[in-house]
Design a protein. Structure first.
Ligand SMILES: C[S@@+](CC[C@H](N)C(=O)[O-])C[C@H]1O[C@@H](n2cnc3c(N)ncnc32)[C@H](O)[C@@H]1O
Length: 279
């Protein structure tokens, strides 16, 4: 856990809320978050009333640039704003700015101009470097900027984006609801369900203890995956089949849409990891 130095920078009267942390990033690392939004929320992307914020873009803003270009295929008017708490990283990002893409210094209390609204916030590999106790306050700050129906994708990936996990939050009425946990491997290479335990989001990773609810979930998924693997050589089929088996045989509530499953998105309902006990 890195808490190297507090940002001493100020944005107008607002001090950015948060900590400068390691800036590791990589091309295509967050590609699956773009695919997820395009498949699961195409209408939100097409008619985005507010900004798309890439919070904590890191040492260089490749993820912000890629997201603009990918999601612009659905929405040519999309506006992406990369936000970083490290002023040097914001300065280094400036040459990457283009129409629809800007960069600002800021923290969880987003640096918005008067009247600006936010439809989607992606905070990836940011909270993993904080203490678990910081998560709630960070989310409350982010939620304050969201439009009704706006989303937060808060999660963790491995260094190259072969494994991603994220909490999906939606701004509804008076509050922010956690609506899903998404587990997404790339299906181009082989993977095993238990690999996700090392990249769970902050609110879950410290609770993945042997014999606990999270461990039991991965044991059940592993068994379903082994069963599916014995019946098909094709990674997409194995993934989709193992997910459906996990739901049908172990009682986990998940999104059964094949458009998601065949692209490698296991979308678990908000009662995870307890859901298997409820049925
Ligand atoms: C590991 S990098 C992640 C880069 C990119 N999001 C990715 O996943 O490839 C984390 C970045 O988040 C920044 N960061 C940490 N806390 C922040 C905050 N509260 N607001 C804005 N940026 C923050 C750090 O300075 C660091 O550059």
């Amino acid at each position: 856990m890195a808490h190297q130095r507090r940002s001493g920078q100020r944005l107008g009267h607002q001090r950015p809320f948060g900590l400068v942390t390691r800036g590791n990033t990589a091309p295509n690392r967050l590609r699956k978050t773009d695919t997820f939004l395009a498949v699961a929320y195409p209408e939100l992307v097409r008619h985005m009333a507010g900004l798309y914020v890439d919070l904590g873009f890191g040492a260089y803003p490749i993820t912000s640039v890629e997201t603009l270009h990918r999601l612009r295929r659905l929405n040519p008017d999309l506006e992406v704003m990369g936000v970083e708490i490290d002023p040097e990283r914001v300065a280094r990002a400036a040459p990457f700015a283009e129409p629809g893409l800007s960069f600002r210094l800021g923290g969880f209390n987003l640096p918005l101009a008067a009247g600006e609204r936010v439809s989607v916030i992606r905070a990836f590999n940011v909270l993993r470097q904080y203490r678990e106790a910081a998560v709630e306050a960070a989310l409350a700050e982010l939620a304050a900027a969201l439009t009704e129906g706006g989303l937060i994708l808060e999660g963790t990936s491995d260094p190259l984006g072969r494994l991603l996990t994220f909490n999906l939050y939606e701004q509804r009425g008076a509050g922010l609801d956690r609506i899903a946990l998404v587990l997404a491997p790339t299906l181009r290479s082989d993977f095993a369900p238990r690999q996700f335990q090392a990249v769970l989001p902050k609110n879950f990773i410290h609770h993945a203890v042997p014999g606990g609810l999270i461990d039991c979930f991965f044991a059940a998924w592993h068994a379903a995956w082994q069963h599916s693997r014995a019946r098909s050589p094709e990674p997409r089929q194995i993934f989709a089949h193992s997910a459906l088996r996990l739901a049908d045989h172990s009682g986990y509530a998940l999104d059964r849409r094949l458009a998601l499953l065949r692209r490698g998105f296991l979308v678990l309902g908000p009662s995870w990891p307890e859901s298997a006990l409820e049925g």
